[in-house]
Design a binder for this molecule. Structure first.
Ligand code: NI
Length: 175
């Protein structure tokens, strides 16, 4: 597939599509996700971003892609039906951004380490333990699959400030 044509539009907050809980990927979705996954990667790399969840491209499936590009080399991780099965008590705080909130960043505290179970692109069950940026990214993407954005971890004051600024910027972009 040509990467140029594969890019999908990304929903921008407060699009209601970002608040929906996704449904698990089933056998019957095999053809759809075979087409969707390369498009999600193309969209994420183009943006550029390090993670993208299906609801961000208007698809209500429990599916996300991540690539932290360690050492500037691609290292794609396809997460099908991911679940956090364990999380550390200690928290880590780092600045997060999101392709659905372009240009806006805020510090978010989350468990420093998580264990995630998921199926990979070949349908093989996987388990991953992660810390640092990958732990935050996994939690951020799994939040998307539960209809949550990183701003939902902030105080209502901070959240509304970001949403107001974003709405203003989006209006100006359309003029
Ligand atoms: Ni995001």
């Amino acid at each position: 597939m040509d990467a140029e044509t594969a890019v999908l539009p990304i929903l921008i907050a407060p699009d209601p599509g970002l608040k929906l809980r996704t449904r698990p990927v089933a056998e019957a979705d095999a053809d759809a996700i075979r087409d969707l996954i390369p498009r999600m990667y193309a969209t994420m790399y183009r943006a550029p971003g390090i993670g993208l969840a299906a609801p961000q491209v208007g698809t209500g499936l429990r599916l996300a892609v991540i690539d932290l590009m360690p050492g500037d080399k691609p290292f794609p991780i396809t997460l099908i039906n991911p679940e956090i099965v364990a999380a550390s008590d200690d928290l880590a705080t780092r600045e997060e951004g999101c392709l659905s909130l372009p240009g806006h960043y805020a510090e978010v505290s989350r468990p420093a380490r998580v264990k995630v179970r998921y199926f990979d692109q070949l349908g093989v069950r996987q388990e991953m333990e992660a810390e640092d940026l990958l732990a935050a990214c996994l939690q951020h993407e799994i939040d998307h699959l539960n209809g949550m954005l990183f701003i939902d971890h902030l105080s209502p004051l901070k959240r509304n400030m970001i949403l107001r600024r974003l709405a203003k910027e989006q209006r100006q972009k359309r003029l």
